[in-house]
Structure formats: C-alpha cells, structure tokens
Design a protein around this ligand. Structure first.
Ligand code: KG4
Ligand code: ZN
Length: 350
C-alpha cells in the first residue's frame, strides 16, 4: 500500500471516530512554532521560538535570515512540543502545517519538515491557511464558539472583515484597499523611532498619550455604506504632522501622536466590524493583542447587543496551536494534502 493509501485510511478512521491528536507546525514569518492539539480545542503543548531579536537590528523581517533560522530551530521546537505534551510521534494522528500566506522560504521549511513527519509515520498531512489559523485561535479560547460568525482579521498582512460560514470556508465582507492595520502600526512606529515589531511598541507609547490630541481624519473610512478600509492615508497624515513640526522647529509629543493614530485605526476597525456583525463578532490576527482595540470592540459589541470573542493573548500573534485547531477541522471535513503540497505565499482566505 502506498503512503497516500495509508494516509487516506487513517483519515477515514479519524473522521469516523471524530477524534484526532494533531501535531501542528507554523513557520510563515518570524516565529518557529509547534503545538499538539487534541480534537481541535485542547492544547496539550505550544512551543514558540521567536526570531524578533534576530531581525530587530534591521527594523523588520529579513526573509533569508528568517528561513535559515527556521531550518536551525525547527527540529528542537518540534521535540520540545512533544516533550511538553509527554508524547512521542506514535501518539500523533495527523500533521497540520501552515502552507500560506507568508514568506515563501520560511513557509517551505515548515512544509518540508511536516511532509517528512507525515511520510515517515504514515500520517495524514493537512496544509493549513495561516489566516484560518488566526480565526481558529478563538476556538481555543471559547469552547462553545462555532461557525457561522463574523470575524475581523487584523494582522501584519491582512485587514479583512469576513463571515466565517464554516470551519473551512469564509466569505468576504470588507478588506483594506492598501496597507493592513498591523503594517500601518509598524510603519508609523518606525517613523516614531520605535524598534521592530512596531505594533506592541506603539501601543506602549500610546498609553502615555492623549488619543484626542490630534485628529487624523480619513474621509474614505467614514462612509457608512462601505466595509472596505484604507490605512495608508492615515500613515501619510502622521508622517506629515511629524515633518511639519520638525520643519517649524517645534517639539511634538510622540505619545500623543501614537495615541491619536492608534485611536483612529481602532475606531475604523471596530466601527466597520461591529456594523458588519449581527450575532457574534470575533477578532483574529496579531493586532488582536492590542488591548485598546479589544476594549473598544467589546464596548461597541455590548452596545449593539452582540457577542464579542477574542483569543487569549498567547494565541493572538503567530503560534502553532491555532494551526492545530484549524487543521483538525480541515481533517474532519475531508481535506488532506499529498506530498506535493507546496508553499503558497499569497494564499487567500476568501
Ligand atoms: O498575525 P501576526 O503575528 O503576523 C502576521 O500574520 O502578520 O501579526 C503581526 C502584526 C504586526 O504588524 C504587529 O505589529 C501587530 O501584528 N501587532 C500589534 C500588536 N501586537 C502585534 N499591533 C498593535 N498592537 C499590538 N499590541
Ligand atoms: Zn499571523
């Protein structure tokens, strides 16, 4: 019997039982991560090696360095995840791996490693969309949450409002026309002289500032009939304010700039997402770690009388537990990949 046949038999048996312990790998950007997740909801271990110190001196992720570091670390990260769960590969039922979107060289490290594990242990292989993973971070935090629901995805590469129709299917409600929210945070943080990664640093600085000090208007985002968003004009507005004050020889309160910019971004995201939701609204992606955004969404959702869910802080930024949850549901819905699985840098979620 070929690997393909054995993997299919194994998947059929798992679907029949409804149970599966999934080993998941995430290497799409600057985190090498492995987790073991039981039945899509129970995290048995969650190991993350971050490359932030490696990229900090360059002010952003250097793809080639990221790929090499993934290669160096992935073996130890997978070992650690198994040890933390007190398991061996004999206890694993399936392998899930992020296959896109992300940096192609970084993704390929995880995909290749996952293929090796699947082939050597006759396990089903599930290529998993990173964004579906971010959405699934909510399943880990809210055991009763099930599709359908509305979700705001805000990460370094995505700002989408989607309807999560099912565990493996989303439809688009709105998206950014230019920069993603996290990208805007990172770019503004850079002009404010903050280190990479900019989002969390900007949030820290904003705590000391007045969010109403400067009004960064963006006409596009004020349209009530529109779910698409735009953040690049806002970023330019911040740069203009900083340049103007510099040219005039004035000192500007950087904390006020950070707080005012953050206030405008989270207002746009929360206004549109809450308007799009009618029952449950979930938040996903790295920017979901922003406490001001979480609080604003919670407040506006409560006012509208809808449920609001956001992941535990440890599942907000990139991790493999979320991939293990998303991968479990893909497996149960009959998705499975062959050993020809490839990395897809621009893989879409809708
Ligand atoms: O989901 P993620 O970890 O990686 C991608 O899939 O892109 O998101 C990373 C993004 C970065 O742009 C980072 O600056 C932003 O999320 N981010 C934040 C915060 N924590 C991470 N943005 C604002 N406030 C935060 N606390
Ligand atoms: Zn991510």
């Amino acid at each position: 019997m070929s690997y393909e046949q054995r993997a299919k038999e194994k998947q059929d048996a798992l679907i029949a039982s409804g149970r599966a312990t999934v080993l998941a790998i995430e290497s799409s950007c600057d985190e090498t991560a492995c987790a073991i997740v039981r039945n899509g909801r129970e995290v048995l271990s969650n190991t993350v090696h971050t490359q932030i110190p490696l990229h900090r001196k360059y002010g952003g992720v250097v793809p080639e360095l990221a790929s090499r570091n993934h290669v160096e670390r992935i073996g130890a990260v997978v070992e650690a995840a198994l040890t933390d769960a007190d398991m061996t590969l004999q206890d694993i039922d399936a392998i899930a791996v992020t296959c896109g979107p992300g940096l192609v060289g970084a993704l390929l490290v995880g995909v290749s490693y996952a293929k090796g594990l699947a082939l050597s242990h006759d396990l089903p292989l599930i290529g998993t969309n990173h964004i579906l993973g971010h959405i699934a971070a909510n399943y880990l935090t809210f055991p009763d949450l099930e599709p359908p629901f509305t979700c705001l995805i805000a990460s370094g590469g995505h700002s989408h409002i989607v309807r999560v129709e099912d565990y493996d299917r989303c439809t688009l409600i709105g998206r950014t026309r230019d920069d993603a929210a996290g990208e805007a945070f990172d770019k503004v943080a850079r002009v404010l002289g903050l280190p990479y990664p900019g989002g969390p640093e900007l949030e820290k600085l904003a705590k000391d500032g007045d969010p109403k000090a400067i009004r960064f208007r963006s006409a596009f985002n004020e349209r009530e009939d529109e779910y698409d968003m735009s953040f690049s004009g806002l970023k330019t507005a911040v740069i203009n304010v900083l340049h103007t004050s510099e040219q005039r020889g004035e000192t500007i309160n950087r904390a006020d700039v950070a707080a005012s910019f953050q206030y405008e971004v989270i207002s746009i995201l929360s206004d549109k997402a809450v308007r799009a939701a009618s029952d449950t609204l979930a938040l996903a992606g790295g920017v979901s770690a922003n406490a001001a955004l979480r609080n604003m969404l919670a407040r506006k959702s409560q006012k509208k009388g809808i449920r609001f869910c956001c992941p535990d802080f440890k599942y907000c930024t990139d991790n493999a537990a979320m991939i293990g949850s998303a991968g479990y549901y893909l497996l149960m819905k009959g998705h499975r990949d062959g050993l020809d699985l490839n990395a897809t840098p621009y893989l879409s979620v809708v």
